[in-house]
Design a protein around this ligand. Structure first.
Ligand SMILES: [Zn+2]
Length: 278
């Protein structure tokens, strides 16, 4: 039984009664057009279809927002796009996984817009890819975050604050007004989403750690705006930190990035087929 079926069974009465109107509005809300990699078919209600599960990859930053800039001049927005595109290329070769990207080129996307694209696509998993500047320059290695109002530590909290400022690069008021879901609906779906996000983070980090260097305490949480889809399990992966010279050396090297991409692709596919993530 997948996430939608579970929610459908548990919540159908509520959605049909008290929240029917809100649910209808949600279902009918149009979203921005997507450049589809491979459009997965929607799972028929109640059926045991084997439709591919959809991951939305989100290359952090872009356009006016370079993200972190390493001491050797490496732009985070370029590292994240390159890794995400390579992960997408690898995953496109699998029959049981469908993949989309929030951006395929060097353009600015507001954080809300990334969330909206993900929800509109009906993604099963959202993975935002980053290589930020760490609050501590010695910090290096891969880590992954899930959403939490309360950060796992001050390092995580500062990173999320820094990341949430990305929207300052956009036009004022150009996005962000579309709060389309009532808080009460968020509460109903949030529990399942949180469970699945926890499972995804654990599987991704444990799998990646077999080949890639991990940050100390790599399973983290903080209040990242881009992780706020209430109904799509979401993880933000810091592939490393451009504030660390050794991490920058790896992330600016095309061959090393291929390794990171291959590992991420393998582990994302593993999450999507893992019963703990169902
Ligand atoms: Zn970033």
């Amino acid at each position: 039984m997948d996430r939608r079926q579970l929610l459908g069974l548990g919540l159908s009465k509520l959605w049909l009664t008290a929240f029917g109107t809100a649910a209808m509005a949600l279902a009918q809300t149009p979203g921005p057009a997507l450049a589809a990699e491979r459009r997965p078919g929607r799972k028929p209600a109640g059926g045991a279809s084997s439709r591919p599960r959809l991951v939305m990859l989100d290359p952090g930053h872009g356009g006016n927002d370079p993200g972190a800039i390493g001491t050797r001049g490496t732009f985070e927005k370029e590292v994240t796009l390159d890794i995400a595109r390579e992960v997408a290329r690898i995953l496109a070769g699998r029959t049981n996984v469908a993949v989309k990207l929030t951006r395929r080129d060097d353009r600015f996307l507001a954080l809300d817009e990334r969330v909206a694209l993900t929800r509109e696509a009906g993604a099963d998993l959202f993975v935002s890819i980053h290589a930020d500047s760490a609050p501590n320059a010695d910090a290096r290695g891969l880590s992954a975050y899930i959403l939490s109002e309360k950060a796992s530590d001050s390092f995580a909290s500062r990173l999320a604050q820094q990341e949430n400022q990305a929207d300052r690069f956009g036009k004022p008021g150009s996005f962000g007004g579309g709060r389309i879901v009532k808080d009460i609906l968020l509460d109903l779906t949030a529990r399942h989403t949180r469970h699945a996000s926890l499972a995804a983070r654990q599987l991704l980090v444990e799998g990646a750690g077999k080949e890639l260097r991990l940050l100390e305490n790599p399973m983290r949480s903080a209040n990242f705006a881009v992780l706020k889809a209430p109904d799509v399990p979401s993880v933000l992966v810091e592939t490393g930190f451009l504030s660390n010279p050794r991490d920058e050396e790896i992330l600016r090297d095309a061959t090393a990035r291929r390794v990171v991409s291959r590992v991420l692709a393998r582990e994302i596919a593993g999450v999507l087929s893992n019963p703990a993530f169902a």
